[in-house]
Design a protein around this ligand. Structure first.
Ligand code: GLU
Length: 474
């Protein structure tokens, strides 16, 4: 392993968000590409919002996507002592100081400063008071330099930074003794020897202060790479209401992890005009140089297209194993007849973009009671379909063998008998009769898979439906 170390540092306060999953993927890929180490660190210091359940959800999502980590999960709360030590070290070296200004006082002074045209940053009142540990209630502030640039060469955004004067002496320890987020992140990244901090652009504004902390701790800076914002199809910021943003939801919707990973990697990264990348290829080809700065559009149609690609490519056994849970979740489903289900999946592959879609397309095979599509019934199970259905019922009922060839012959005979009808004229009412809707794989394959008995029952039922319509029209 090389010295290259990346980390994914989620805060376990909800589900695994699309943007976080992309961050995890890029960190994973960068480590794999360079033979480095991918560290997982759970940033659970927000005790009110962090839960073990959410942590499990995040880990579960990573596993499902295939993003294996080499180290961790470390938990930030378990490192409290180290954070305290680092703060004490900074106090000892006079790089930090105690501050007894109350929140109310700070608020008043801040407003006064802003009213006078200032930026409202801390005025440094306690900076040179040399307050000791017995000064009473206090916070600890970092002594941020009075001038100079807190800058870095971002691997994605290029030269970045902020004037130190605009930052002011930031609090690194609260009155209750707990460390501030930026302090904990930097101490952890230093202790874990993280060489590349790759994270969402929303963290770009935190970086100048973090650089001040690195300098105060006399630690070398890692390479920072901030990833472009992900926007929805409309170009607007992703919103939970409008867009699907939870990896768990994508999973429940039947997306393949291969498709999702491929979709995610293209949200910001490119490799020529290539569109299809397996996880292994991503680990071989990924490079930060080819991550763009402009917002990346998360387009669901592209995910659907990738889904179709990966579903088509899955080996039969694998496809069956993956779709099985979704088949079983269809109400009233019977999945015992494995052989013909497998044959059905082969037919459905071409037209399915997700496993859920596949299970839905298989409804007619899985359930005894059909769900009829009203529009299709209205259009295709009309009085004109009655002679067709009746003739086919008889012709198919008399078949010696229920095979593609036999079925084709029965249809040919009925077409001729009814005055040289086209196959489509016969197929559509039959399709609605046996699947409930207007879409299915080829009619002969569909009939073959459904089997003689169920076909004849359904044709009989369709005949009843048409007859009822004829009667009500009389
Ligand atoms: N815990 C932070 C988050 O979930 C990430 C911190 C970082 O990457 O530096 O947004």
């Amino acid at each position: 392993m090389t010295d290259l170390r990346t980390r994914f540092a989620p805060s376990p306060t909800g589900f695994l968000h699309l943007g976080s999953a992309r961050t995890a993927l890029y960190n994973w890929a960068h480590a794999r590409r360079h033979g480095g180490c991918f560290v997982l660190r759970i940033e659970d210091t927000d005790l009110e919002r962090s839960t073990r359940e959410s942590e499990e959800t995040v880990l579960d999502g990573l596993r499902w996507l295939g993003l294996d980590w080499d180290e961790g999960p470390h938990r930030q709360t378990e490192r409290r002592e180290r954070h305290g030590e680092a703060i004490d070290g900074l106090l000892g070296a006079d790089r930090a100081y105690r501050c007894t200004c109350s929140r109310e006082e700070l608020e008043v002074r801040k407003e006064e400063d802003i009213a006078a045209g200032g930026a409202g940053i801390y005025d440094g009142r306690c900076r040179d008071l040399n307050l000791g540990p017995d000064c009473g209630a206090h916070t600890v502030r970092l002594r941020v330099p009075d001038e100079g640039l807190l800058g870095w060469d971002d691997a994605v955004f290029g030269p970045s930074g902020q004037d130190a004067r605009q930052i002011g002496d930031a609090i690194i320890q609260r009155g209750d003794g707990t460390p501030l987020y930026n302090l904990a992140v930097v101490v952890d990244d230093i202790d874990m020897a993280i060489s590349h901090v790759i994270r969402g652009a929303d963290h770009h504004p935190n970086t100048p202060l973090q650089i001040a902390i690195y300098r105060a701790l006399e630690a070398p800076l890692p390479t920072f790479a901030h990833l472009p914002l992900i926007v929805g199809e409309s170009g607007k910021k992703l919103s939970k209401r409008r867009d699907n943003v939870s990896i768990q939801d994508f999973r429940a919707d039947g997306h393949l992890p291969e498709a999702l990973v491929n979709w995610l990697v293209r949200l910001g990264w490119s490799h020529g005009d290539d569109e299809i990348f397996s996880l292994t290829e991503i680990g071989e080809l990924f490079s930060l140089e080819n991550v763009g700065r402009s917002p990346a559009r998360a387009e669901p149609p592209k995910l659907a297209w990738l889904g179709q690609h990966y579903i088509k490519a899955l080996p039969g056994d694998e496809l069956f194993a993956r779709v099985r849970p979704y088949l079983e979740s269809v109400k009233g489903a019977a999945v015992e007849d494995e052989e013909s289900l497998r044959a059905l999946l082969e037919l459905l592959r071409e037209r399915s973009r997700t496993l859920v879609e596949m299970a839905e397309l298989a409804h007619w095979k899985l359930r005894e009671d059909l769900e009829y599509d009203e529009k299709a019934v209205k259009k295709h199970l009309r009085p004109a379909a009655l002679p067709i259905l009746q003739a086919l019922e008889e012709a198919m009922g008399g078949l010696d063998e229920w095979t593609l060839a036999g079925l084709e012959k029965a249809f040919d005979a009925v077409a001729a008998q009814l005055g040289d009808l086209k196959l489509g004229k016969l197929a559509q009412p039959v399709r609605v009769a046996i699947t409930g809707g207007p879409n299915s794989p080829g009619i002969f394959e569909t009939l073959e898979i459904l089997g003689r008995e169920r076909t004849l029952v359904r044709i009989g039922k369709a005949i009843e439906i048409v007859e009822a319509r004829v009667e009500s029209a009389d």
